[in-house]
Write a protein that binds this ligand. Structure first.
Ligand code: ADP
Ligand code: MG
Length: 252
């Protein structure tokens, strides 16, 4: 018998007025699996992300988490079950220290000695050793992003949802973020990354789901997606009217 998926969406759809933002999207994610969701602007990525975290409910279709139907559960109820989220807009407190930020999610779960171990573990994982007493407002942008991921990890999620985790990052910071996400999934946490940055998606070496007009347009390895004529066409079409994408032709 195949292992139960960590997450499964069955034909979820969401309409806003006349716009079918997400259309019959069916996805499965196993524990420890990493998946990237890409697509041109307006493809439905953010809407799908919101459906997964629970800030909006689908018009049709269901979302199952560890076999349980969570379609109608609120974000905090899903968080309680083990769905952690890092939003694009960072939920970190600039006026508090790194340590204090991490304490906020940790103090409810651990006694005082365990909290110290957890903080040490997270700082090491997040490349933030030595920053614990600094105010978050003084950190580099990438460091803040890692802390935001750490705030989600502090809840020990089974599934981590990441919306554009490398937004505003340089190449080195992006690579470090990729390594962080890979380390987290290697420990058995499933992760879904919604991302624009193709160089980063390539580095993650994870299966890719391409959305287009709300539908699953293509699925496969990055190499397969990159070589996919139709995917290239929708991205090039988008690049003309929006902003350029770094989807390079690597075919001979
Ligand atoms: P992406 O994140 O891939 O750029 P979105 O999920 O934000 O795409 O949007 C998908 C479509 O749904 C777009 O046409 C967008 O204009 C529309 N849309 C998204 N959110 C809303 C909303 N709250 N109200 C009306 N239309 C929306
Ligand atoms: Mg979006």
């Amino acid at each position: 018998m195949a292992a139960e998926p960590l997450l499964e969406t069955r034909a979820v759809s969401k309409r806003f007025g006349g716009v079918q933002a997400v259309s019959e999207v069916s996805l499965k994610l196993a524990p420890g699996e990493l998946r990237c969701i890409i697509g041109p602007n307006g493809a439905g990525k953010s809407t799908l992300f919101k459906l997964l975290l629970g800030s909006i409910a689908p018009d049709e279709g269901t979302i199952h988490f560890q076999g349980r139907d969570v379609t109608r559960l609120q974000p905090h109820e899903r968080a309680h079950l083990g769905i952690g989220v890092k939003f694009q807009n960072l939920a970190v407190y600039n006026a508090l220290t790194v340590r204090h930020n991490l304490l906020l999610p940790l103090r409810h779960q651990f006694g005082s000695r365990e909290v110290e171990d957890e903080i040490a573990r997270l700082l090491a994982r997040l490349n933030l050793v030595g920053t614990e007493d600094r105010l978050v407002g003084s950190l580099a942008h990438g460091q803040k992003q890692w802390l935001a991921i750490g705030m989600a990890l502090a809840m020990r999620p089974k599934l981590l949802l990441l919306d554009e985790p490398t937004a505003g990052m340089g190449t080195e910071e992006s690579s470090a973020t990729g390594a962080l996400i890979q380390a987290v999934t290697a420990e058995g946490v499933g992760a879904i990354v919604v991302e624009h940055d193709m160089a980063f998606v390539r580095e993650l070496k994870a299966p890719v789901t391409v959305l287009h007009y709300g539908r699953v347009f293509a699925e496969g390895s990055f190499a397969a997606i990159e070589a996919h004529e139709e995917v290239r066409r929708i991205y090039l079409g988008a690049a003309r009217s929006e902003r350029p994408r770094r989807l390079r032709n690597r075919q001979p």
